[in-house]
Structure formats: structure tokens, C-alpha cells
Design a protein around this ligand. Structure first.
Ligand code: NAP
Ligand code: G4F
Length: 350
């Protein structure tokens, strides 16, 4: 049985990837960091131990800022694969905690790769690094592909740039089967509530139920290439099953603005947004009632913004046979239906 170690196991992608790996019959070691309150909500339906198909799930404690815990875990399980998904992944927050972000997102990848080397696992352990379209930042080419130059615009992206090149370096210098997945934004009902798509679907569902007065947002004109996280973990898995290690963009090739996302969600709930004002004074009102549903709060602006991301995943399609399965409309429906039910439960438990 092959063993896969997943860091960032409690996050959105970690929880989907663990399910994928268990369905492939793997022994999965899920690295969890110590938290003062439970961080296991996305894994609450997964039982530790042997699963019905013979696969196995093991929870182990570790932290990307703590080399001994990484050495211990890698040494104990000698995994065939490491998927490094752990990160301080909030771009806005990275401006407030830049050093911590660098420690986890940049140095964390180095700690894992160097531990693999020190433990003599370079020929055994394949390594996936969760790289990001944020690397393209102030984009130098549209759409962005593997050969597009990087131009990071945040401490998050700069830390991820270090991790990207560290991954390439361990491949070239030490022969580690190490891959970068350069993933464009991917969302789901399990997306953190601090990210704009989930903030909108959950906020709109609460607003409709009378639990929230309005939605406060930042830059509505930033454009993103949004896909479904379930499709993207399939791509991560495929990268580590190839004959040779390489770096791949995963994206849908479609892009929309935050405003487009908002309008799609509100339309599905029976509202029609009309816009008035400019900049921080802009407001979105419901055409029928005149009620203000959306306002700008400058605290959600970023010191440096990434305005435009749209990916070209031709290489992943050609070499991995990967393409996204969910349409944009299916993604929004999946998130919104989930959040409508979540709000109904919230009301029941009041
Ligand atoms: P997420 O939901 O924010 O999950 C991040 C995970 O990292 C959580 O499990 C978190 O644990 C863990 N973590 C944070 N600091 C840690 C530390 N010091 N040691 C160990 N674990 C730590 O992120 P995601 O959306 O699933 O994304 C997964 C990865 O892909 C991240 O590296 C992200 O930067 C990258 N990425 C994401 C996207 C996207 O659109 N989702 C696109 C490109 C790249 P806690 O639960 O304890 O906080
Ligand atoms: O949802 P976001 O916070 O995602 P962002 O910054 O694109 O980062 C996500 O995707 C990256 C891949 O490109 C990952 F690497 C990263 O870990 C993370 O998963 O913001 C999207 C856009 C931004 O332009 C932001 O300025 O939405 C804009 N926005 C407008 N109002 C807002 C808000 N973002 C947030 N989080 N909250 C707002 O109120």
C-alpha cells in the first residue's frame, strides 16, 4: 500500500485530497497542527483507522515551522508522496503577518524538502508543492501559463515564490521527484469564510434570511479565474503519478470580476443589483426594494492588488489529461445551496 503524507490536511484542499487518496487505496497520514480550539470541522466525518475499501487514515501532529515534528513524521512513515498544502493562505492577512507567512509558506517547503533529503528519502518520496497563480501578480502576459514570468505583489506570493524555486532546485540539484502545481483560485462549500467567494455566498444567504444587514467588501473589480476545488485535487494527484516531475498550471481559462460573482449569487436569490456611487462610496441596491445590499469597506482593500488572473491549462490537459469538470454556474450553485442549508441550521439552533 502506498503512503501519502498531506500537510494542510484540515484546510479546504486537504480535506478533498484526503478523500481522493483514500478512494485510491492509500495509507494517508494527515498532518495536523496543534490548535487551541478544534480545527477538524472539515474532517469530522472521517474516522481514523482502516477504511471500508482497505485504505487507512492516520492523524499526526506537526507544524511547518517545527523541523523536528516534520523529521519525526517523515522518518516514521517514509511516505511515497508528500502533498505540501499547509500555508497561511490569506493574501490580505499576509501584509499583517509577513514574517509568519514567510516562515510557513516559504521556509516550510524548504524544511520538508531538506528533511526528505536528510532522511535519505530523495529517491522514494515524491513531493507536491501548492504553488499559486498569485506568483503571476502584476501579470506580464494574458492568459498566464507555466512560462509566464512571475511578478508577486504580496508577502504571501513572495513566500510562495521562494517555495516554488526551492521545489525546482531540489528537483534539479538532488533529483527529488518534485512538482509545482500553479493553481488558480479554486473554491467550494469548504472554502474558508474569509475568502471573497464564500464570504459572498454565505453573506447573501444570511442576508436573505434576515441574519445579516448587508455585505461589506473591498475591490469589486479584481478579476479571478475561479474553479472547483474538487477538480483541482484530481490534478494534484495526477502530477505525482507521472513518469517525470514537472510544473503545471491548473485553471479554467475563464475569468470574472468579484462584481460578476456577486451579481450571479444575488440573481440566484431573486435580487437584482443596481450600482451607484464610485470608489469607497459605491453601493449595490436591490432594484425592486431599493434596499442597500452591498457596500464598500476600505479595510478589505489590499496595499497592492492583483487585478487580473486568468490561466492557460493547456499543458495539464495535454500531459495529465486534466480538465475542470465543474462549470462556473455549478460551482456557485454548490456553494450557495450549501450555505442556504447552513443558515437554515443556524436559525434552527438559535
Ligand atoms: P486553507 O483552507 O487556508 O488551508 C491551509 C491549511 O494549512 C490548513 O489546514 C492550516 O491548518 C494549515 N496550516 C497553516 N499553517 C500551518 C503550519 N504552520 N503548520 C501546519 N499546517 C499549517 O488553504 P487551501 O485553500 O486549502 O489551499 C491549500 C494550499 O494551496 C495552500 O498552500 C494555498 O496557499 C495553496 N493555494 C490555494 C489556492 C486556492 O484557491 N484555494 C490556489 C492556489 C494555491 P489550520 O486548520 O490549523 O489553520
Ligand atoms: O478570495 P480572495 O481573498 O482570494 P485571493 O487573494 O485571490 O487568494 C486566493 O487565491 C490564490 C490563488 O490565486 C491563493 F493562492 C490564495 O491562497 C487564496 O486562496 O480575494 C479575491 C479578490 C481579491 O482581488 C480581493 O481584493 O477579491 C477581492 N476582494 C474584494 N472584497 C475581497 C473582498 N477579498 C476578500 N478576501 N474579502 C473581501 O471582502
Amino acid at each position: 500500500m502506498k503512503t501519502s503524507l498531506v500537510t494542510g490536511a484540515t484546510g479546504q484542499d486537504g480535506s478533498y485530497l484526503i478523500r481522493k487518496l483514500l478512494s485510491e487505496g492509500r495509507r494517508v497520514c494527515a498532518l495536523i497542527r496543534r490548535a487551541s480550539t478544534s480545527n477538524m470541522s472539515r474532517l469530522s466525518d472521517l474516522r481514523e483507522g482502516i477504511q471500508s475499501n482497505g485504505s487507512e487514515l492516520i492523524y499526526c501532529t506537526g507544524d511547518l515551522t517545527d523541523t523536528p515534528s516534520l523529521m519525526r513524521t517523515l522518518g516514521e512513515f517514509e511516505p511515497d508522496e508528500v502533498y505540501n498544502l499547509a500555508a497561511q493562505s490569506d493574501v490580505r492577512l499576509s501584509f499583517d503577518v509577513p514574517e509568519f507567512t514567510g516562515e510557513v509558506d516559504g521556509m516550510g517547503a524548504l524544511r520538508l524538502l531538506e528533511s526528505i533529503r536528510r532522511l535519505g528519502l530523495t529517491e522514494k518520496t515524491r513531493f507536491y508543492q501548492a504553488s499559486t497563480s498569485e506568483l503571476f501578480g502584476d501579470v506580464r502576459e494574458k492568459p498566464q501559463r507555466e512560462t509566464t514570468p512571475f511578478a508577486p505583489r504580496s508577502p504571501y506570493a513572495i513566500a510562495k515564490l521562494f517555495a516554488y524555486w526551492t521545489t525546482v532546485n531540489y528537483r534539479e540539484a538532488f533529483g527529488v521527484f518534485a512538482c509545482n502545481g500553479i493553481l488558480f483560485n479554486h473554491e467550494s462549500p469548504l472554502r474558508g469564510e474569509n475568502f471573497v467567494t464564500r464570504k459572498i455566498t454565505l453573506g447573501a444567504a444570511r442576508l436573505r434570511a434576515g441574519l445579516q444587514e448587508k455585505l461589506l467588501l473591498g475591490n469589486l473589480d479584481a478579476r479571478r479565474d475561479w474553479g472547483h476545488a474538487q477538480d483541482y485535487v484530481e490534478g494534484m494527484y495526477l502530477m505525482l503519478q507521472q513518469d517525470k516531475p514537472d510544473d503545471y498550471v491548473l485553471a479554467t481559462g475563464e475569468q470574472r470580476s468579484v462584481r460578476d460573482f456577486l451579481e450571479t449569487v444575488f440573481n440566484k436569490l431573486g435580487y437584482e443589483l443596481v450600482w451607484s456611487g464610485t470608489g469607497a462610496d459605491e453601493k449595490g441596491k436591490d432594484r425592486k426594494t431599493g434596499r442597500v445590499l452591498v457596500e464598500i469597506d476600505p479595510q478589505f482593500y489590499r496595499p497592492a492588488e492583483v487585478n487580473y488572473l486568468c490561466g492557460d491549462a493547456t499543458k495539464a490537459a495535454d500531459k495529465l489529461g486534466w480538465s475542470p469538470k465543474h462549470t462556473f454556474d455549478e460551482l456557485v450553485d454548490d456553494m450557495l445551496q450549501h450555505d442556504i442549508k447552513q443558515v437554515e441550521r443556524e436559525i434552527l439552533h438559535r
